[in-house]
Design a protein around this ligand. Structure first.
Ligand SMILES: C[S@@+](CC[C@H](N)C(=O)[O-])C[C@H]1O[C@@H](n2cnc3c(N)ncnc32)[C@H](O)[C@@H]1O
Length: 308
């Protein structure tokens, strides 16, 4: 069973207006909720390429979407390599793209994958289990200063320095191997500070972002992501974290400008031209009813652009 409640489904469908005969990319297929809706709305012959770095997500979604036959193609890959995968399949450009960033509830709830502080597991946290970098490697090999930066930048953790120092001291005795090892260390440090929510949430989030190099993948996609869109095609991105959302907002603003020269330049020398129209000056957020039904939706922000 792959449990994940899809966020902002109606809003994403309104943005993409899936239609028959068209091709779509779901770059973060997860449990396949957005893909399924696109396939239904683009019946009888719209098609979806679904990417995910997680082999379990791809396997579960292939099964869930079996009834659509060849209209759904699932592939274990990062959305940062979407252009290459589309070229290999001979699809070229697509008529709409959705990225629903972050982790799935399935990943968090899988007790053996180390994403959650609630279950005892090896500190893994890899979305793509073919990669060698995992949370154990980071915790046992990075300097205290590097760990501090991870906890501060990706977790906005106020006690980042103390926690990083506690980890560096503890691993001299024995390696930090399990979620319980980490929880114990962080709780000891945080017990001395103020408590807002569960003391280890931010540290786990920060580590997950570092293990999967999540911001780098988004930046890499956003360098030239507009190139995979047909004219008139839309790209919809849902972010759950302020750092992710800022990266998306900045890239979309840049893509929608007609010139990147400094404001006082006498004539344009940048060679840039407008790539997209910005359709969301302010992000679209879930309705109160959606948040009540699915609290995980509360921090979602959807931004949409249309290729010129
Ligand atoms: C929030 S879930 C997507 C849920 C999905 N929209 C649904 O309705 O079930 C995010 C998914 O994106 C995947 N993911 C995260 N970063 C990725 C990347 N760079 N490339 C591909 N998939 C990624 C995760 O493994 C996870 O399965």
């Amino acid at each position: 069973m792959f449990a994940h409640v899809t966020v902002l489904v109606r809003e994403v469908m309104e943005a993409l207006s899936p239609a028959p005969g068209k091709s779509y990319l779901d770059g973060t297929v997860g449990g396949g909720g957005h893909s399924e809706e696109i396939l239904i709305e683009s019946s009888p012959d719209g098609r979806v390429l679904g990417l995910d770095r997680d082999d379990e997500a791809i396997a579960a979604t292939r099964q869930r979407l079996q009834r659509f036959g060849e209209r759904f193609v699932g592939c274990q890959a990062s959305f940062a390599s979407a252009r290459e995968v589309l070229a290999e399949l001979g699809w070229g450009r697509v008529d709409g793209v959705v990225l629903d960033l972050g982790v799935s509830s399935h990943q968090i709830d899988s007790s053996d994958r180390g994403f959650s502080f609630r279950s005892q597991a090896r500190l893994d946290m890899r979305m793509d289990r073919r990669q060698s970098l995992d949370a154990q490697v980071i915790l046992n090999s990075r300097s205290a200063a590097e760990l501090e930066q991870i906890f501060r930048d990706y977790g906005e953790e106020p006690r980042a320095r103390r926690i990083a120092q506690a980890i560096a001291a503890a691993r001299k005795q024995h390696a930090i191997e399990t979620t319980a090892d980490l929880v114990q260390l962080v709780e000891q440090e945080k017990a001395r500070g103020r408590r807002d929510h569960h003391p280890v949430t931010q540290v786990f989030q920060a580590l997950r972002i570092a293990v999967n190099q999540e911001l780098r993948e988004i930046e890499s996609f956003l360098e030239t992501g507009y190139e995979i869109l047909q004219p008139g095609a839309r790209l919809a991105i849902i972010a759950f974290h302020s750092l992710e959302d800022r990266i998306v907002k900045t890239a979309f603003r840049k893509w929608s400008r007609s010139c990147l020269c400094p404001p006082r330049a006498l004539r344009c020398q940048c060679g840039w031209n407008q790539k997209v129209r910005l359709l969301t000056k302010k992000p679209i957020v879930p309705s109160a009813a959606e948040v009540a039904a699915n609290p995980r939706a509360r921090s979602a922000k959807l931004r949409v652009v249309e290729r010129i």
